[in-house]
Design a protein around this ligand. Structure first.
Ligand code: ADP
Ligand code: MG
Length: 155
């Protein structure tokens, strides 16, 4: 587990960029945090690190945005998915299981199709400063899967 703190949205994006440079095809990143915590901000940085050169915006209404970076990037926001039927119709498994990199906001709404192993990124807003974010990175499932990445990110 790795815990880091950022003091601005730009800093969170820089951290995301560092993370994006370390991700590999097939990786799934679960972005956790309340509304406004900075999940999409982090995703923007990750996409930059993956050489996505289009603007990255919140996929809340589209559910998923697909970018072509170094690898295909699938940015999913499951906030609006309300039930299993809706989930089935979207066919998101195909993307999560594919050779791209998937970034998932509100994964609890698609928990039945989340892989057993993924990188968990939790973002919290400390009481003291509204521009600060406490960000923790950890491997969920196979612990060794992201060991290399956590080490690199800590440097
Ligand atoms: P989410 O996707 O989690 O709902 P967003 O990334 O859309 O959140 O929004 C986060 C908001 O918080 C943005 O307006 C961003 O500018 C602001 N913000 C302020 N400080 C930070 C920080 N340190 N890291 C990330 N976002 C920050
Ligand atoms: Mg968002």
């Amino acid at each position: 587990m790795l815990e880091l703190q950022t003091e601005s949205a730009a800093e969170t994006q820089e951290l995301g960029e560092k993370l994006g440079l370390l991700l590999r095809p097939g990786d799934v990143v679960r972005l956790e945090g309340d509304l406004g915590a900075g999940k999409t901000t982090m995703a923007q940085g990750i996409c930059r690190g993956l050489s996505v050169d289009e603007p990255v915006t919140s996929p809340t209404f589209a559910i998923m945005h697909h970018y072509n970076g170094k690898y295909p990037v699938y940015h999913i926001d499951a906030y609006r998915i309300e039930n299993e039927l809706e989930l089935e119709e979207l066919g998101l498994e195909e993307f999560l299981e594919g050779d791209g990199v998937s970034l998932v906001e509100w994964a609890k709404n698609i928990i039945s199709i989340m892989p057993s192993t993924y990188l968990l990124v939790e973002i919290k807003i400390p009481q003291a400063n509204p521009e600060s974010r406490l960000i923790t990175f950890s491997s969920e499932g196979a612990q060794e899967a992201f060991e290399y990445l956590l080490k690199e990110l800590a440097d």
